[in-house]
Design a protein around this ligand. Sequence first.
Ligand SMILES: C[S@@+](CC[C@H](N)C(=O)[O-])C[C@H]1O[C@@H](n2cnc3c(N)ncnc32)[C@H](O)[C@@H]1O
Length: 266
Amino acid sequence: MESSYFCTAGGGTEIFLADELKFISARHSGDLQSERCSSSQLQVEGKVLFTFSGHPAELLNLKTAERVFVQLCYKPHWIKQNGKDSSIMTALQNTLEAITPQDWDNAKHTWNFVNPPKKRSARFQNNQKSSEKLCNKRQKTENDDVTFRVSLKCPREYNNRRVSSMVGGCITRQTGWKVDLRKPLFEVYIQLNNNHLIIGIPLTKIPLSDRPYIETIGLRSTVAWIMAHKAQIQAGDTVLDPMCGVGTILIEAANSWKSAKFSPQN
Ligand SMILES: C[S@@+](CC[C@H](N)C(=O)[O-])C[C@H]1O[C@@H](n2cnc3c(N)ncnc32)[C@H](O)[C@@H]1O
């Protein structure tokens, strides 16, 4: 099933992310030769919005994305259209209410593919057994176990806490999910700026750009990968970085182009 997503990317690297997404979509549709792909794409500052019909876990292999989100809502020029005064709260509430419970459920379903609910369903089943005995208590639904926290990025003139709390209330009314600020199951990310309003659920808690194989943080991992990619490394090549520093480019390259040789010096 085709789902909508967006990825965040470092400033100026959106074009490389867009290329990588085209490649992944084309590979998925088996159409690498013609570079045709079924997905649609939109590049905005710091993000690429796209649709993808493959398994969401495939997106976790992206090398040029900082984070990947299931997309619930995207409205360009939203602030311009809705004003900057207190009516913004009403406008935001209306926008949130236009996202249907089915939309939220679909996004959660996509998130589940990457975060399988094994442990949660065991707990849910145990809870169900005991609640069956307590016939006066209402039947527990799966949504009772779903907790979230709103992660809001908005201009300073807005009261972040007030807006987050209003957004949290709207989502709870639509979905039955509960707010948990300390240990939520997932976050609902909302960014409101002069360019757009965007809402999504991050597929992973840890950004994709936090590579498990990089111990010392140097160059941004996505930029290091892009530089290695631009070098068009071929099998059997020896790759040198005479100014390797902590070696981020070499580590990124060695991880993706395993058939080459790598050296910090000649
Ligand atoms: C931005 S870091 C390089 C990052 C590195 N390529 C990586 O992948 O993480 C720049 C490195 O170049 C080295 N460097 C700068 N000028 C140099 C010079 N004139 N001769 C040798 N090394 C130099 C610095 O010591 C530093 O380690």
